[in-house]
Write a protein that binds this ligand. Sequence first.
Ligand code: MN
Length: 291
Amino acid sequence: MPTTLPSPPQAWQRLSIPSRPLSPTLSVRRALPVPDRRLVGAWTFLDHIGPVPAEAPALEVGAHPHIGLQTATWLFEGEILHRDSLGTAQTICPGQLNLMTAGHGIAHSEEGRAGALHGVQFWIALPAEAERIAPAFEHLPELPSGSIGGAELRVFIGQLGALRSAATVHSPLVGAELRITGPATLPLRPDFEHALMVVHGELRVEGEPLVPGELLYLGGSREQLRLQGEALAVLIGGEPLPEPRVLWWNFVARDWETIREARRAWLAGEARFPEVPGYPGERLSCPDLPG
Ligand code: MN
């Protein structure tokens, strides 16, 4: 019988995350996409929001459309009120997940509450067979948590060890919050590619330092990860997508024609992107297409 040696772990990539002011008091660090990394599994977008001090004006993102993706919002501190064109009005608090599936089209708004705010928002690209599904929203008030290999974890998407999130996803994925207070060894799926981002504190990853402001892309073929330090971090991973994605404004697709059509439908006020009931502000207008 032929024997197969396990592949060595792929080389990792240390990516610096630019900070982008959304307003004079709110800056966001966009960890994905960055020029050298567009996707980690189906994870296509990652914003690290804040920490925003309590005296800053509340975050408000007016009604805007999405297609071809799921948005996953996860907070460490503060609250955000989500409203969408399905009629949802749902406040999210730390430790809870808001997961919105845009599919063929949805519109939503996000309103922070007065007070401190700190969190992450992810976009997950839908696989080709799910990119035009009907829009949906789910709120998970509790996510599985526990200790694995010396790390305290809360798994909000997919599964890690025995911890499995009930969130609906359309491709094999993992998304987890990690609290590290000493040495830990995380089991990883070698068929996934992974990335790790520290949001507070400092970690050593296989001995190498990792601090906020960096995304560490870990590649695939990795069965475990040795961590050490005092930190709050997020781990994402998944099966690599077979095709790249075009990401423009709030749209994710496999080709520009799909993006152009969604932009046209939003500007025309078509039923594909209905009003967001209860949102008192204006719809966001969309930028010009490049070229
Ligand atoms: Mn959005």
